[in-house]
Write a protein that binds this ligand. Structure first.
Ligand code: GUN
Ligand code: ZN
Length: 433
């Protein structure tokens, strides 16, 4: 028997990129709104006054007068194995990897450990209102099995992949071109498109893969229509110089991946801070996306992401927390830092653009906008109920805000996991504070 349920609350969602249609045309807001969900999909969205009369008297209606419903947040770049090393002190990328990251990732040969971390990681995402993420595993195949098994329990739309890494890393974390190809293929055959799960071919970054490995990654990507490719790009200046040394034949950093046929509509590159015009252009041309990871870029001192350049070249952009280089699982806190990154470049990041990047923009970057990213009728019921009274400060500050855009901005400045009252995935409650 199909099940109908309704939520009455303020509701906001994006319907387009404010850069393309202007802020006013980019979102819908219902001050006293209603969201009606049938099984796992959105059946109706609108004003409560219009939709209430359409409901049978026995339909369950949850009323949240202090709530604000938004689509579930989408994190386009995060590492689940780095959950327990978040906030590791004092280093920039290359030293940070050797000092903290590689030893931590070494623990994931053990599937019991991997499952324990995956369970806690997902719980943390859901506490923060994130319902979809593009996730790094480790080099160990079991790390990805553990992650997908944990995601299946909550029926989450998640994307993950096994790291491919055959050089410039400790022996206990390296594979070979052939084993990485074979194991990735086996994982694709087991998990890709199983329920709401998808696979991402995941070479860590150019310095930790040989030409042979990148070539096989490209071959694998081109053997499937709709598998993802997920890696890092141009994050740190020393890293960029190292890539030039390692790949003297390449025109630039992105060209290393391009030469190995790794650019596609389902390719997501984390960071992309130090790019030249021809790299933005090539990202646009191939339909590739960048994950903007402000808390990580500030914390490990990588630099300021140039959102205006990405927009100018019409490159798809989503938000990433990049935990454990990033310092928060909270998309609200990630948008807080994004605002500051853009301020430092003498520009503004509007609250509607921020909401767009964390929801529909992320969905577009992942080519999932027909399924998730907003609350359009027929899409999957992944949504969040924010709480305007979550903390005394949020409550008093929101009481003074004039209109939804200011309220949204206050949520993004002061909000964190405490602001998430409940999280729903495919119509089911997966977190309640
Ligand atoms: N580049 C290569 N590996 C990593 C990683 O684990 N985190 C970040 N932030 N950058 C990387
Ligand atoms: Zn990363």
């Amino acid at each position: 028997m199909s099940q109908l349920k309704a939520w009455r609350s303020a509701i906001i969602h994006c319907i387009a990129d404010p850069k393309e249609v202007g802020v006013e045309q980019a979102y819908e807001y219902f001050e006293d709104g209603m969201l009606i969900v049938k099984d796992d999909k959105i059946q109706a969205i609108g004003h409560a006054a219009d939709l209430l009369p359409t409901l049978d008297c026995d339909t369950l209606v949850e009323h949240h007068p202090d709530g604000l419903i938004t689509p579930g947040f989408i994190d386009t770049h995060i590492h689940y194995p780095q959950t327990d090393m978040i906030g590791s002190y004092g280093e920039q990328l290359l030293t940070w990897l050797n000092t903290y990251t590689f030893p931590e990732e070494g623990k994931f040969h053990d599937k019991t450990h991997a499952r324990d971390v995956a369970d806690r990681f997902l719980k943390e995402l859901l506490r923060n209102g994130t319902t979809t993420a593009l996730v790094f595993g480790t080099v160990h195949k079991v790390s990805v099995d553990a992650f997908f098994e944990a995601s299946e329990v909550h029926n989450l739309r998640m994307i993950c992949g096994k790291v491919m890494m055959d050089r410039n890393a400790p022996d206990f974390l390296t594979d070979t071109p052939e084993t990485s190809y074979q194991e990735s293929k086996e994982l694709i055959d087991t998990w890709h498109n199983k329920g709401r799960l998808h696979y991402a071919i995941t070479p860590r970054f150019a310095p930790t893969s040989s030409d042979e490995q990148l070539k096989l990654a490209g071959k694998l990507l081109n053997e499937y229509d709709d598998v993802y490719m997920h890696t890092h790009l141009s994050e740190n200046k020393d890293e960029c110089a190292w890539v030039q040394d390692l790949f003297p034949e390449s025109k630039n950093y992105l060209d290393v991946y391009d030469q190995h046929k790794l650019l596609s509509e389902r390719s997501v590159f984390a960071h992309g801070i130090h790019l030249c015009d021809s790299e933005y252009h090539r990202l646009h041309e191939t339909g590739s996306a960048i994950a903007f990871c402000p808390t990580s870029n500030l914390f490990i001192g990588s630099g300021l992401f140039k959102l205006n350049k990405a927009e100018e070249h019409k490159v798809n952009v989503g938000m990433g927390t990049d935990v454990g280089g990033g310092t928060s699982f909270s998309m609200l806190q990630t948008l807080n830092e994004a605002y500051k990154v853009i301020q430092l470049q003498n520009e503004n990041l509007s609250p509607i653009k921020s909401l767009y990047l964390a929801t529909l923009g992320g969905a577009k970057a992942l080519r999932l906008e027909d399924k998730i990213g907003n609350l359009a009728v027929g899409t999957e019921a992944d949504f969040v109920i924010l709480d305007k009274k979550a903390t005394p400060l949020l409550s008093s500050r929101l009481a003074l805000s004039k209109g939804i855009e200011e309220s949204l901005f206050v949520f993004m400045t002061l909000g964190d996991d405490r602001a998430i009252k409940a999280t729903y995935s495919a119509g089911q409650c997966v977190h309640q504070r």
